[in-house]
Design a binder for this molecule. Structure first.
Ligand SMILES: Cc1ncc(COP(=O)(O)O)c(C=O)c1O
Length: 406
């Protein structure tokens, strides 16, 4: 009998040999996190303003979250949706409390939440068409949108870099200009079932819907019996200082997709639908094995607990004002490098005059992690618990990089 030899291989080598190559990853292996900081395998600390792309709402290893997950892991992890579990019921109740009367469906990711919304749009269209399938099915989305990598969401994402190689796509999507109500209105016809937008486009460069545009979409949906589908996967769960970003505009959604920050690092997604749309799903027409496990819901409940107990919505609102002000001053001081700063709360995009990749690398070398986004944008996504000092530190590091490149 041969004993297997123990080969010590570096993480970089393991990735090179065995992990699919669909990401252009930074040459950085992260091994530990606490609060707003992460450490690499050489012991270097970084201020994590990626939050795992808007996921780690409470930062890393928040004690309340860790205790809740540890407790639940020792109690019951998974039972499928063939049975009830108390955490799913309680989480649905809490989310209905934030979104309004309606119902929640749990899934595992943002893409899956978006697929569920698109399926609700199809069912709504069928109902509008008197129960006939395939007559009313169009969804109008926005140019530059991002709704995930599965076929429905990808078909609603009119970007060559995302769709190339995967055609033919799902039919039935048309695209209007963000913040131009007339361009959406012109696309509505008898075949249209829904309008789908990100309240703030995250992946394509932090482009917010204006409140007037959102209110206009709401009116259009009411007039033409369309569902208003709001993708809050990136901008929701407190990131802008309201639980949902569309609350700033005072509008009502028919369906909301959420994920990312909801689990604070545990994969979980959800769709909330208002009472009318929620009835469209009936036993058998949608589902997922892992959605709403006791463990994932315990994590999400812990996120909501901390958002409420630590008053993180108020914190994001208060702390983001001075921070955005400091970033705007950098834009004034370095006009050759920065075009503009936009966004809200802790979802901020800094549009650079050139490719942001060298800035991402230079910031990393100085201990700050940020995410590039479309249109030459550097995205700053601090955890909701980031302190005023940590926000100020990010500006200081950014200024040093801008000075070095000036
Ligand atoms: C607005 C929006 N929708 C959907 C998705 C897809 O989410 P996931 O990566 O969890 O599938 C993302 C991810 O970035 C997103 O920003």
């Amino acid at each position: 009998m041969t004993t297997p030899s123990i080969v010590r291989t570096s993480t970089a080598e393991l990735y090179d040999a065995h992990v699919m190559k669909n990401y252009a990853r930074a040459a950085l292996t992260l091994v530990r996190g606490r609060g707003t900081q992460v450490w690499d395998d050489a012991g270097n600390a970084y201020l994590d303003f990626t939050s795992g792309i808007a996921v780690s709402a409470l930062g890393h290893c928040h004690p309340h979250w860790v205790a809740a997950v540890q407790r639940q892991a020792g109690e019951l992890i998974h039972v499928s949706n063939l049975f009830r579990n108390p955490n799913q019921g309680e989480l649905a109740r809490r989310l209905v409390g934030y979104a309004g009367p309606g119902r929640v469906f749990f899934c595992n990711s943002g893409a899956e939440a978006d697929e569920g919304m698109i399926k609700l749009a199809r069912l709504h269209g069928m109902k509008k068409a008197g129960g006939e399938e395939g007559r009313c099915f169009k969804v109008i989305a926005a140019k530059n949108a991002f709704h995930g990598r599965m076929f429905g969401g990808m078909s609603a994402t009119p970007q060559e870099k995302i769709q190339k190689g995967f055609r033919p796509l799902v039919p039935g999507f048309a695209f209007g200009e963000l913040n131009k109500l007339e361009s959406f209105a012109a696309l509505v016809d008898d075949q249209t079932a829904a309008i789908l937008v990100e309240t703030i486009q995250g992946e394509s460069g932090v482009n917010p819907c204006t409140p007037e545009f959102l209110r206009g979409l709401r009116r259009l949906c009411d007039e033409r019996d369309l569902l208003l589908l709001l993708d809050e996967v990136q901008c929701g769960i407190g990131r802008t200082g309201k639980f949902y970003a569309f609350e700033h505009a005072g509008v009502r959604a028919d369906v909301i997709a959420m994920a990312k920050g909801l689990g604070g690092g545990m994969p979980i997604g959800a769709i909330w639908a208002g009472e009318r749309a929620a009835e469209l799903f009936q036993p058998g027409n949608h589902g997922t094995t892992f959605g709403g496990t006791p463990l994932a819901c315990a994590a999400a409940l812990a996120v909501l607990d901390v958002i409420e107990r630590e008053q993180l919505l108020a914190h994001v609102t208060n702390a983001s004002g001075p921070w955005l002000g400091s970033l705007a001053r950098l834009a004034q001081d370095f006009p050759a490098q920065i075009v503009m700063v936009r966004g809200r709360g802790f979802l901020v995009g800094v549009q650079m005059t050139t490719d942001p990749a060298p800035y991402v690398a230079a910031l990393r070398e100085r201990g700050l992690l940020v995410v590039p986004s479309g249109g030459n944008v550097l995205r700053f996504l601090p955890p909701l618990v980031a302190t005023a000092d940590e926000l100020a530190k990010s500006v200081e590091i950014f200024r040093s990089v801008l000075l070095a490149k000036a």
